[in-house]
Design a protein. Structure first.
Length: 386
């Protein structure tokens, strides 16, 4: 069932590592928030509310939203914080507009690399009796999932490298100087084994980043005559149980549920034909393959022909991760919001060097938590829809 009030992304800004030099986090947050608001054609006084996605452990401080409130414009303004993930901040922003209490929302999330050990920060987020003692962090969870996928579909091991090559190549075009370097098969296959079956090249290093988006109601958009909004045509999100022993890591029931909801709202029955591009969370190439399957883009028996045939390359029938995805640039806590911003920018015609001409319908997939515990799917369209 679709929300009974339409909304769209009307402004965005990304803060990449090459822009973070010589700026405090407070200064960087102020700059990126103001840039997104200007892109939306608004002033700070015209922003009704703010949703912040932040992580105390990654920031290395308690209640990090308190530090950010002034920088993002939260003084004398309704502000809400979610510590779960950047994409959940976006979902909250959409729901707040849909409630009818707000016309506009600024959504902002960030990720730092200043914690002495991000791995340890992630481990401390696990339950203390089982997972924390493994020890479990995102890298080990990704490896466990990759091994399960590889055992079920052995072709995944051969396809991991060409997927990584595709994404790193796209990232080099989208964000020269910020994304990870291009790779070839030799450099990937000769990189140091990290956590089986993942090699070092397959695990993108954490990077600093900030993402900000402005959401507006259909009434606001009509009143202001805003051109080229990225309409939210469909949205779904779901969560799996936290205990890995209760999960089948080669399936993704939360993603199935999120995609079903988003597709139903958007009126999509054949996503491979309907979509012009996809931005998906690909912390590893194995995850990208699994998402192909669960989103209805390519089943395991088609993986080899689709990947090796270039179906999801920049000039293929359905480009996937024109931005390079997480494989190219990995601001850990806000990678999901990055995917949302990238898909919305494609619809708005503001994706820069990696813009796909004529993009009318784009999908953003965000995943977070151990082995993609949390799943979010959004469909953006150039047309408002029903």
């Amino acid at each position: 069932m679709a929300l009974n009030r339409k909304s769209a992304v009307i402004g965005s800004a990304l803060f990449l590592p090459d822009r973070c030099k010589d700026k405090s986090l407070e200064e960087a947050l102020y700059e990126i928030a103001q840039e997104a608001i200007r892109d939306a054609g608004l002033t700070m006084d015209e922003v009704d509310g703010i949703v912040v996605g932040s992580n105390d452990q990654f920031d290395g401080r308690a209640i990090s939203v308190m530090m950010a409130s002034g920088s993002v414009g939260g003084v004398d303004r309704d502000i809400l914080s979610t510590p779960s993930s950047g994409e959940h901040a976006f979902v909250l922003g959409v729901l707040r507009v849909a409630s009818g209490q707000f016309e506009t929302q600024l959504v902002i999330s960030w990720s730092l690399t200043e914690a002495s050990s991000l791995s340890e920060a992630q481990r401390l987020g696990a339950d203390p009796y089982f997972h924390r003692r493994l020890p479990l962090d995102e890298g080990s969870a990704f490896a466990l999932q990759a091994s399960v996928i590889g055992a079920a579909w052995p072709q995944a091991h051969d396809l991991a490298t060409p997927i990584l090559i595709k994404n790193r190549g796209n990232g080099a075009k989208a964000y020269p100087g910020a994304a990870g370097a291009k790779v070839d098969r030799q450099s990937v296959d000769s990189s140091r084994p990290k956590r089986w079956p993942l090699r070092e090249a397959m695990l993108p290093p954490p990077a600093a980043g900030i993402v900000a988006l402005v959401i507006a109601s259909d009434a606001h958009i009509e009143e202001r005559g805003i051109k080229n909004p990225a309409w939210i045509r469909g949205m779904g999100w779901a969560t799996e149980t936290g205990f890995l022993g209760d999960r089948d890591l080669k399936s993704a029931p939360a993603l199935d549920a999120a995609a079903e909801r988003a597709y139903e709202e958007a009126g999509i029955t054949d996503p491979r034909k309907a979509l012009d591009l996809v931005e998906l969370t690909d912390a590893t190439p194995y995850q990208e393959l699994l998402v192909y399957d669960r989103l209805g883009l390519s089943s395991p028996d088609k993986w080899q022909s689709d990947v090796n045939g270039g179906s999801f390359s920049a000039d293929g029938g359905l480009p996937v991760n024109l931005s390079g995805g997480v494989a190219a640039y990995n601001p850990v806590f806000c990678t999901g919001l990055m995917r949302i911003a990238e898909a919305a920018n494609q619809i708005r015609g503001k994706a820069g060097a990696h813009q796909k001409n004529g993009a009318k319908l784009a999908l953003a997939h965000a995943a977070s938590g151990f082995a993609m515990q949390y799943q979010t799917v959004l469909v953006f369209g150039a047309e408002r829809g029903e």
